[in-house]
Design a protein around this ligand. Structure first.
Ligand code: GDD
Ligand code: MN
Length: 386
């Protein structure tokens, strides 16, 4: 027998319904080491959203500063607070995706925990969404918006460059696609959730590119609104932005450019492989020319060093979300050596086969290299970074 949700009018449910109001808006707060900021943020968001039933969902990646314990303490006192406490995982985009998916509210907003985003514009963002916008973006680069004291001049230049690059590559006309502050209808998210990349920081850009494509295929438009705000300086703690995040962002752009055909992790794996060629040549030169190794030993050393740097970079970058540590690091490294050696055999056999069919040196060489990247990527996903 199928039970319909409408049939669940039990006495307990009815009692609950009088004291509990279903949230209209979920405020999703990704957090890593933000213990001192979150209570302040909750206070300010509550004041801003007076009259709008909202829930406050913090997604914390087991921060060493004990953020999760603070949020759980809050959740014991305030019924609209929840903590999604993730263990053994890291990542801003994946944290947002998980928080959004955990809520059933028809609208949700994503806001940083560090008080850099101006929560005072939340009610206007919400009103715009009620009025029909699918996504409302808090922007630093339009109207009265500004980066204020929120970004150093170097980071501001980087942010503007990334904005230009992403409009170029994805065709979005947004003034601030790098924003981490936005509010949207849940159904728009649900349409594209399976295609979103879990890596990196740029969830908004990812959602917009995917949703625009989805809507275009369905012959519907996506309405995006913008509201300017002044980006503030971080309150407590420090930023988690790093060169790693920047490379992950490039991977995301390329992945979107291939219409998701090539996953971000594959592109990052390929970029790491490319860096391995340089490491290899450098070590080959160093050991052969300056340390007097014979060619075979120099080549062997270069191969091992390049495989090792590739492993470390993939572990930090491509698979930052399932980074291997301690004993698992060494077992992973061994399995990586084994897979890459088999990949090298695959490389040589494919190249030889193609070369025998049509003796084009570059074609055969590139085909062999592509073969080993594809092979190493697919197999290490199964054996090394499960
Ligand atoms: N759960 C989780 N896991 N949260 C994270 C992680 C993580 O691995 N890394 C960062 N966060 C949280 C932080 O705690 C913070 O609440 C928010 O994500 C933004 O991180 P910051 O470290 O403060 O980044 P930022 O200020 O340098 O970057 C911000 O500005 C960029 C534009 O310049 C973010 O809003 C970006 O999304 C935005 O693009
Ligand atoms: Mn910040």
């Amino acid at each position: 027998m199928r039970v319909l949700v409408e049939d669940l009018e039990t006495a307990a449910g009815a009692r609950l319904a009088t004291s509990w109001q279903a949230p209209e808006l979920a405020v999703i707060v990704p957090s890593y080491n933000e213990r001192d900021n979150i209570p302040v943020l909750y206070d300010r968001v509550g004041a801003a959203l007076e009259g709008i039933p909202f829930e406050f969902i913090v997604v914390d990646d087991n921060s060493p500063d004990g953020t999760a314990a603070v949020v759980k303490e809050m959740a014991r006192r305030f019924s609209n607070v929840r903590c999604i406490h993730r263990i053994g995982r890291r990542g801003l985009s994946s944290a947002c995706i998980e928080g959004i998916s955990a809520s059933a509210a028809p609208f949700f907003a994503v806001i940083d925990a560090d008080l850099q985003h101006d929560e005072a514009i939340l009610p206007r963002m919400y009103a715009k969404a009620i009025d029909g916008d699918d996504i409302v973006v808090g922007t630093r680069y339009a109207g009265a918006g500004s980066t204020g004291e929120g970004l150093s001049s170097a980071r501001e230049a980087g942010s503007r460059l990334a904005t230009r690059l992403s409009s170029l590559l994805t065709g979005t006309k947004l003034s601030d696609p790098m924003s981490g502050f936005f509010l949207m209808r849940r159904e728009v998210f649900d349409e594209v959730a399976p295609t979103l990349s879990k890596d990196g920081f740029k969830i908004l850009l990812d959602i917009i590119v995917s949703a625009t494509r989805f809507r275009t295929r369905a012959d519907r438009t996506l309405s995006i609104g913008e509201l300017p705000y002044r980006f503030r300086a971080r309150q407590a703690g420090e930023s988690k932005m790093s060169p790693l995040i920047v490379v992950q962002f490039l991977g995301l752009l390329l992945s979107k450019l291939s219409r998701g055909l090539l996953p971000t992790s594959f592109l990052l794996f390929g970029m790491v492989g490319g860096s391995g060629v340089f490491v290899h040549l450098a070590v080959l030169w160093l050991t052969h020319e300056t340390m007097g190794f014979n060619f075979t030993n120099a080549q062997l050393t270069a191969t091992i060093v390049a495989m090792t740097t590739n492993f470390v970079l993939n572990n930090e970058l491509t698979y930052a979300d399932k980074k291997l540590r301690g004993g698992r690091f060494w077992i992973g490294l061994l399995s990586f050596y084994v897979v890459c050696s088999i990949g090298a055999l695959a490389n040589v056999s494919v190249a030889t086969w193609i070369y025998s069919a049509s003796p084009d040196l570059f074609l055969a060489g590139i085909a062999g290299a592509v073969m080993s990247v594809v092979f190493n990527y697919s197999v290490t996903r199964v054996f090394t970074w499960r």
